[in-house]
Design a protein. Structure first.
Length: 175
């Protein structure tokens, strides 16, 4: 849940957002369903095509009906033509299982040649895509983030990672 408070400072107001993530020392502390999902994301790191960044990212999406759809990052020499692991998995899930609620998204990353990496969070573009699906399905999407080893972070909703998200609501206003 996202909390904010307004602080009055002279003529303007400052808005302060507090973000709450859950932190686990390692993935084995996660509930069984989340542990299964992060393991799937971790295994898809090895399917990444990342010759430029050497950052191998895997992602897995858990659907309400129990299906798991996975993806990995796919880089390209023309950088904007690549695609993040999160979007690969999300787009495949929505295309393959239209109308099924997305419950959770897990993302795992390792850097080639390293054995430890901090938990990785979805980039801004991926956060916006997650926000779009969360808004359209009117159900929170839990996000689980890990590196190759170490701490795991969990956000109960995209609202924690994208507090000022853009939605269709402003576009629906009459002119």
């Amino acid at each position: 849940m996202l909390y904010y408070k307004t602080l009055i400072t002279g003529m303007s107001k400052k808005i302060k957002f507090d973000v709450f993530l859950e932190e686990y020392d390692n993935a084995s502390q996660l509930p069984a369903e989340s542990l299964t999902l992060i393991k799937q994301a971790r295994s898809y790191c090895h399917n990444a095509y990342a010759p430029y960044s050497n950052l191998l990212v895997g992602s897995a999406v858990l659907l309400e009906d129990g299906h798991i759809v996975s993806g990995s990052n796919q880089e390209n020499a023309v950088f904007p033509s690549g695609l993040c692991a999160e979007r690969v998995a999300l787009f495949a899930a929505v295309a393959g299982y239209p109308g099924v609620i997305i419950k959770k998204l897990a993302v795992s990353a390792i850097r080639r040649g390293q054995t430890n990496h901090q938990a990785i969070a979805p980039c801004g573009g991926c956060r916006q895509v997650i926000s779009e699906y969360q808004t359209s399905q009117d159900h929170p999407i839990e996000i689980i983030m890990e590196g190759h080893q170490g701490k795991v972070l969990l956000a109960r909703s995209i609202d924690e990672l994208l507090p000022f998200k853009f939605t269709i609501k402003p576009l629906d206003q009459p002119r």
